[in-house]
Design a protein around this ligand. Structure first.
Ligand code: NAD
Length: 258
């Protein structure tokens, strides 16, 4: 699939994997719309790459429709990379055996809402817009990349909310690709392992925390780089024969229970 003189939506584009992907797409001649809740960082990335920024909550249909319109003001929308996501860790049972200390239900809903519902919201609206593109010789009209996590398959203790939100993205991949084949839009999913981004900044000592995480990686024994994610995202967008697939990007890591 050709990217030059097209536009792309990158959710979570203000930071980490989304930022690296926005930069990689801009390098390929794409007008990127950075969609994020973080206005300051999002604007900085968009300015750096000659793209556009829009404040966007991926769970909001109006915000996403606005982002699509902004992309189409510049060039036809052919690519979407969903990187917006949030993490949470809490065990299902509290220490005291009381109902009140069981995993918070509103938090569980919030993680699923952002990571799963937000991803689907962007996909359903962007694909609707892409269905109006003039097709390429294959009948293609665009491609979507979704971001799950190795936690979708190796969910650890305390990851019930996060792992199930990401596992559902794996479940979404094939039926969404089947739904969108009729208009020539491909759908693929990346399962990142442990990639060095600000997502680990919540830890009291992020450097020590990341060093400990790296010990779970088979080879190379280090955290992944956001540019390695971006490279794969661009391949999934541009290789027209990749569809309905999910790919682990994890240096061979298999996460232990904790
Ligand atoms: N970094 C890793 O090791 C790793 C591993 C597995 C999966 N992932 C997944 O990759 C994705 C990107 O992670 P990252 O490491 O770049 O994290 P990050 O925290 O650096 O970036 C995530 C971005 O998403 C934005 N965001 C959060 N909620 C949003 C919403 N409702 N609407 C729009 N934007 C929103 C944040 O503001 C932030 O800029 C996430 O879905 C994460 O779960 C990351």
């Amino acid at each position: 699939m050709e990217l030059v003189r097209t536009s792309a939506l990158v959710t979570g584009g203000a930071s980490g994997l989304g930022e690296a992907t926005a930069r990689a797409l801009a390098d390929r001649g794409v007008h990127v719309v950075v969609m994020d809740l973080n206005d300051e960082r999002g604007r900085r990335v968009a300015d750096d790459i000659g793209g556009s920024f829009t404040h966007c909550d991926v769970t909001s249909p109006a915000d996403v429709e606005g982002a699509i319109a902004l992309a189409q003001d510049h060039a036809p929308l052919w690519s979407v990379v969903n990187c917006a996501g949030i993490v949470w860790a809490q065990r299902t049972l509290g220490r005291d055996g009381e109902y009140s200390s069981a995993h918070d239900l509103d938090t569980f809903r919030r993680i699923v809402e952002v990571n799963l519902v937000g991803t689907f919201n962007v996909g359903r609206l962007a694909a609707t817009a892409m269905s109006h593109n003039d097709p390429d010789p294959d009948g293609g009209r665009g491609a979507i990349v979704m971001t799950a996590s190795v936690a979708a398959q190796d969910g650890q203790i305390g990851q019930v909310a996060y792992a199930s939100s990401k596992g559902a993205i794996l479940g979404l991949t094939l039926p969404l690709a089947r739904d969108l084949a009729v208009v020539g839009v491909r759908v693929n999913t990346i399962l990142p392992g442990l990639i060095d981004t600000p997502i680990y900044d919540f830890a009291p000592d992020p450097v020590a925390f990341k060093a400990q995480l790296a010990s779970n990686v088979l080879f190379p024994r280090r955290l992944g780089m956001s540019t390695e994610f971006a490279h794969l995202a661009v391949e999934l967008l541009t290789n027209s024969y990749l569809n309905a697939e999910y790919v682990r990007l994890d240096g061979g890591a298999r996460l232990p229970p904790k």
